[in-house]
Design a protein around this ligand. Sequence first.
Ligand SMILES: *[C@@H]1O[C@H](CO)[C@@H](O)[C@H](O)[C@H]1NC(C)=O
Ligand SMILES: *[C@@H]1O[C@H](CO)[C@@H](O)[C@H](O)[C@H]1NC(C)=O
Ligand SMILES: *[C@@H]1O[C@H](CO)[C@@H](O)[C@H](O)[C@H]1NC(C)=O
Length: 371
Amino acid sequence: MLFLSLGAVRAQRSSQDMFMMEYFQRRILEMEERLTRCDQDIQKVSQKMYDMSAEMRGRIHTVNTLKSEIHNYVESLAARVDRVERDVEYLHNKLPDTSSIEISDSVLDQQVKEAQSKRKTVIVQGKGDGIGSWLKDPTAGSSKIYFFSGSRNNTLLQFSSLKTFTDSNSTSKAKVIQLPRPWQGTGHTVYDGFVYYHNADTRNEVLKVSLVNRTIADRMLLPTAGRIPTYGLSSHTFLDFAVDEMGLWIIHADPDIGGNLVITRLDSKSLSVEHTWDTTCKSHDAEGAFIVCGTLYVVYNSHSGGRSSIQCLFDIHDTIWIEESPVMYFPKRYSSHSSMHYDPQDKQIYAWDEGYQTIYHLDVKKMLHLT
Ligand SMILES: *[C@@H]1O[C@H](CO)[C@@H](O)[C@H](O)[C@H]1NC(C)=O
Ligand SMILES: *[C@@H]1O[C@H](CO)[C@@H](O)[C@H](O)[C@H]1NC(C)=O
Ligand SMILES: *[C@@H]1O[C@H](CO)[C@@H](O)[C@H](O)[C@H]1NC(C)=O
């Protein structure tokens, strides 16, 4: 439009027109200059806009990264809170009287008596190595305590009672029993006056030693045992002996059936195998097991240690509907169990939890109610 009107002005060629023309030309130049500047400004602005949007994109990316980090953090926090809540809830429900779980020698007898009426835990003592086992002879009708510290030794201690065992000066009152051969692991048991154990430095030899004269009464090899530890979380134990209402058992893991546990019923008199069951319970992440009335209860944990829980049951009579049995948690104490021995006489589990000797009282009726 500007150029068209300029053309029209030129056609008249008068001096006044010339003046007007010059005027217009100046104005046009000015306007052109302004346009150029405007253009430059626009370029600057759009460069700035570009820089800004690049920066914004960068920031949005950072924010997104942060957002997903926070999201993950919140999720893991929620999971942890959830776990803590379950722990607290468990403690409230299952252990209403938490104050009486503390270690106290003077009220120990009382606690053990109370434990017999309720499902409860008593931490009896903290002595010996980080791993080991302690147990009673359920057949002898006596209250003697047998104490095996560590995973390899030939010396065990015998205490006349739980009371003697918990005395501050107890070690001096113990009877020292030397076995003819050292044991291996933490699985040994005492049954009817004999100690049954894995002969150290052998793959799967079982020794039966008389506690009266400390001579080897019998020995046998347990086929398929000794190639992998019985429990994934307990590397020293290859043969885990158990005693229940039915008698003497050995639990071991067999790599040929995917590392699942195998339970073997032993005739304690002849030390011969009566029957063997391949179970559906994995040894991976297991820390221990015990047998109650012919049902294997396998206790699992994690490598970092945590709350132990029974997550697999195997009943030789097939009366427990395994899919429906709930996970059963142990009260959290220390971090892992190196041994668990069920005593069918007093229905208690004698466990070794990171060097602490602990008694768990089983509510057997409740467990059998699962049938
Ligand atoms: C065996 O046990 C005895 C007595 O508890 C202890 O003095 C000794 O150090 C142990 N030996 C090993 C190799 O752990
Ligand atoms: C511990 O037992 C020993 C030997 O039986 C005895 O000499 C000592 O006085 C006892 N100590 C305590 C604190 O009872
Ligand atoms: C050792 O004691 C057991 C009973 O505990 C007995 O059967 C065995 O004959 C005894 N052995 C020796 C050599 O005395």
